[in-house]
Design a protein around this ligand. Sequence first.
Ligand SMILES: Cc1cc2nc3c(=O)[nH]c(=O)nc-3n(C[C@H](O)[C@H](O)[C@H](O)COP(=O)(O)OP(=O)(O)OC[C@H]3O[C@@H](n4cnc5c(N)ncnc54)[C@H](O)[C@@H]3O)c2cc1C
Length: 346
Amino acid sequence: MSVDYIIVGSGLAGLMLCEQLRARDKSFVVVSNTSQQASIVASGLYNPVVLKRFNMAWNANLHVPVALSAYAQIESLLGIKIDDQRPIYRIFNSIEEQNNWFLACDKPKLQQFLVPKAIENDNSNVLAPYGFGEVKFTGRVDTKLLLDSYRNHLKSKDLYREETFDYSVLELNHEVNYKKITAKKLIFAEGFGLKKNPFFNTLPLEGTKGELLVVHAPDLKLNVILKSSVFVIPIGYDNYLVGSTYAWNDYSNTPTESAKNELLEKLQKVISCSYEVVQQRAGIRPTVVDRRPLVGQHEIHKNLYVMNGLGSRGVLIAPSIAKDLIAHIEDDIALTKEIDINRFKS
Ligand SMILES: Cc1cc2nc3c(=O)[nH]c(=O)nc-3n(C[C@H](O)[C@H](O)[C@H](O)COP(=O)(O)OP(=O)(O)OC[C@H]3O[C@@H](n4cnc5c(N)ncnc54)[C@H](O)[C@@H]3O)c2cc1C
């Protein structure tokens, strides 16, 4: 088999690369296992505002339109609904926070995303005596449905090899040879799996474990996404995602009792009705010291590239970062310094 690209990994990064290549009529094949779970377990939120400090998330004004258009294109390609557009209601904890909200609404970068009023709480099962601030252009992508459907789509076209990539059999000349596949270029998009990649494992990728719960709360009747010390996200059938945690000393995908207790403790402060925990999920976010993606070309093997470091905002930024990388390779457009892996060259 001869293709333009081999993509290693089929999380958000890998699949957004596929979409960019598809748009350019480039041929590709994906090699992926399911050792990393970040994309499939993620809450799937996209949110242009940092709701702790009321700042715009990095380049969110640029990333939002690219992301919305990318997910709409996948919906039409696969005939599925994955983008659930819904406002986030940030719970105010005090009058002071309400005041800070109004100050934030006046910041030029935030004006388009924040609604300049305090919304009263009319849900007796939500604990929010100071009301809420509403964020616009937010929502949730059903990442599990996206990944399952996209992988099936690739399998149906014989473009998906379900296996652990064997770095030791990769042959690098003017072309890339991997087993029986010949390609012009190869892009690694393995999430935290990058740690085992001998070509790029010196990049400063950290892992941050995240866990979340699915709870069934028939009396909650919530139509918006709530944000307090946790997010409470309606996913239908009276089920809600509650997440997520951050941990730096455990790199397994195994759910823990301590994360469950932490989330339940926080949930008690947000809702007052009864609920039942129906599921717990965990995965490792591919995070980077400077909180920016890791994108670029291998220093010696010029037909090897990497796309990683999507951190805790992969849903929002993956479409733009994939677009930038493919434009860099195909059109010779320079990567910005803040995402280029060369920023870590000593
Ligand atoms: C609990 C939790 C909640 C989150 N919530 C959100 C959220 O609400 N919004 C948001 O934007 N982000 C969220 N994130 C972060 C988001 O999940 C990540 O930014 C994103 O999924 C990273 O995508 P990725 O493709 O780089 O990595 P991954 O999803 O880890 O994908 C990497 C893929 O490569 C494969 N792979 C790895 N090594 C190999 C190998 N050697 N051979 C073959 N295949 C390999 C893996 O199995 C996997 O399929 C959350 C993460 C967690 C853990």
